[in-house]
Design a protein around this ligand. Structure first.
Ligand code: AMP
Length: 404
């Protein structure tokens, strides 16, 4: 069975076509700068034929058409007919409290996303929904599956997901912690269990997804019991351009002092804060370069970044009353040995110790803990798409078995 995975971001579309026989990727690509004259398409297929082109694409629906055309293209494609695709899995940012797991999308599901969830993710949800609708239009017979970034965290206990604000706000508006990067944390937990050779239900794992957006998850017995992102992806760790945790009263004070409206505060917290807010650069590679050049603000940003991760790891050890394994993933987690070393050295109280040489490796996944470490430490390249493809396959296979 062939499964297409689509990830429609605010101005981008990423896709991967899987052969689920062996989970091999037949083709993948991305379309960036959607909404512009010079949208950029990059596509490559299993035989490594590749195309890069620039073309005007003004909306996601057109991007989906471009992607599907490339998959059946005689020169660059890998299938001869769209009917070969058994199901399409869509990454959807927000499932709210309603979607606790992946679903085969029905009209009422789409209406719920449109009416109730769009406002919880105003940047991504419209694109996510548009991607599903476009596929329904073009491939009406093909099942569409929604896989939610929040769903993995739906197992958090109330004590972890509630904010200590008037309870009525939760009852009326479902204001609570939802958490994000769920598919990534789920993948990491599964890989950690495989690497240890133990059932995931017997393990306490801290998954550190450190990319442009960053979140930690405390995973006990295979389920998420706490995570650092919240009602939106703004809460928690310091990120590339997001502030992470801040005293909300400080915002009120800033608004008054600087005479800035709430909308601008939101932009400031999401786009002008984090590493960027302190060092003036939001990319960890640039921060590291500044640290090497002994630039004080880059060094400060780096120290703040590391300190917050370490504090969260410590708090999740407390939340689970222990930890068996810690795993680093995503752009920063996978590519910054020095950061991993500082974090782990500062957690030595917990019996965490890494092998500095192992930590310098660069491959898809590897262990970095020293033989005497009480906690296993891994670096694992995340794969959110394969989780989406697996969920899609499972739901689509159910439909097939029911109709046979
Ligand atoms: P992601 O969101 O997972 O794609 O991660 C993106 C971030 O990873 C970028 O903003 C960079 O800060 C960081 N990154 C990627 N490659 C490297 C690298 N080789 N060294 C340090 N940071 C990196």
């Amino acid at each position: 069975m062939k499964i297409l995975v689509l990830n429609c971001g605010s101005s981008s579309l990423k896709y991967k076509l899987y052969d689920m026989e062996d989970e091999s990727v037949l083709a993948d690509g991305k379309i960036e700068r959607i909404g512009h004259e010079n949208a950029q398409i990059t596509h490559q297929s299993l035989d490594h034929s590749q195309i890069d082109k620039t073309t005007p694409i003004f909306e996601h629906t057109v991007a989906v058409v471009e992607c599907l055309n490339l998959l059946v293209d005689p020169e660059y494609g890998v299938i001869s007919d769209l009917n070969e695709i058994t199901g399409v899995g869509h990454r959807v940012l927000h499932g709210g409290e309603y979607f606790k797991k992946s679903v085969l999308v029905t009209d009422s599901d789409l209406a719920y996303m449109d009416n109730k969830l769009k406002e919880l993710g105003p940047l991504h949800m419209p694109a996510n929904i548009m991607g599903i609708k476009a596929c329904q239009d073009i491939m009406p017979q093909t099942p569409q599956v929604a896989v939610f970034d929040t769903a993995f965290h739906s197992t958090m206990p109330k004590r972890a997901y509630l904010y200590a604000i008037p309870y009525v706000l939760y009852e009326r508006h479902r204001v609570r912690k939802y958490g994000f990067h769920g598919t990534s944390h789920k993948y990491i937990a599964g890989r950690v269990a495989d690497l240890i050779g133990e059932d995931v239900t017997k393990l306490k794992i801290i998954s550190c997804h450190l990319g442009n957006g960053a979140s930690l998850a405390a995973i006990e017995g295979g389920i998420s019991v706490d995570t650092s992102m919240g009602f939106t992806p703004l809460e928690g760790l310091m990120m590339g351009t997001r502030s992470g945790d801040i005293d909300p009263a400080a915002l009120y004070y800033i608004m008054k002092k600087e005479n800035i409206p709430m909308a601008n505060i939101n932009t400031m917290l999401n786009k002008h804060s984090g590493l960027y807010g302190i060092a003036g650069v939001g990319d960890m590679r640039d921060v590291q370069k500044g640290v090497n050049e002994k630039k004080p603000m880059h060094t400060l940003a780096y120290e703040m970044y590391e300190y917050r991760i370490r504090k969260f790891i410590g708090s999740y050890i407390a939340a689970m009353n222990g930890v068996d394994a810690i795993a680093f993933t995503a752009g920063i987690g996978e590519n910054t040995p020095r950061l991993r070393e500082i974090i782990c050295d500062n957690l030595s109280f917990f019996g965490i110790s890494i092998d500095k040489q192992l930590n310098q490796q660069r491959k898809k996944e590897f262990e970095i803990s020293a033989p005497d470490s009480r906690v296993k430490v891994y670096v694992i390249s995340t794969d959110e798409e394969v989780i989406i493809a697996r969920d899609t396959l499972q739901l689509v296979a159910n439909v097939h078995s029911q109709s046979n």
